[in-house]
Design a protein around this ligand. Sequence first.
Ligand code: ARG
Length: 244
Amino acid sequence: MKKCLFYLSVIVMALFMVVAPAFAKTYIVGTSADFPPFEYIEKGQIVGFDIDLIKAIAESQGIKVEFQDISFDSLIPGLNAGTIDIVASGMTITEERAKVVDFTEPYYSANQAVLVKEGGGKNVTVLFGDHKLAVQTGTTGDLWVEENLEKTGILKGKVTRFDTFVLAIQDLLNGNVDGVVLDTPVAQRYAAENPVVMVAEIITGEEYGFAVAKGNKELLEKLNKGLEEVKASGKMDELLKKYF
Ligand code: ARG
């Protein structure tokens, strides 16, 4: 009888081990895939440094992740509504955002930059006077332009706010705007691949973190632990080398 029970429990355990992973929660990672080399679309797939980094963290913590491409200003509302679980989108850790979401430890540093069209004769003065600028809605670049240029009246021209940087750069190439304000590493990447040039860096001293819903301690701890492990194993360096 005892033996019978023993075999039965072994069978139940084995069954559980086969079935459980199928029920393991898959975390939905939200990203705005217009931000190379952090997240962008290549051959119809969402790829990039953030994507590989989250995948490596997930692997180290034994969790599953799936990616969703959504506009940047919908990411924090998505976390709060529970439609996504993690934001991996080159998101700067700011005091304002940290009031409504929780951030991991920082994983990358950046500043803001100004891009103009190559050969158009424009320079850093696009930030002043009667010039037109483009930004991505809800980004730190958007806020910087609003606080420092619009509210102060330094800039008199219009600021167009786009859902994606792809559209903002397109408008710059089309000559509809004079400059785009965006994060330095991404400005450099766009400049390397398009006829646009970086004419200024604005030292804002930003740091990127992954975000989870406020109070989701369990997931935040997993991400922080994973981040540490990915750094310690040398995988982080490997990804930095691959993308930068
Ligand atoms: N670092 C900036 C911010 O947090 C810009 C991030 C934009 N990210 C993106 N995937 N488009 O506002």
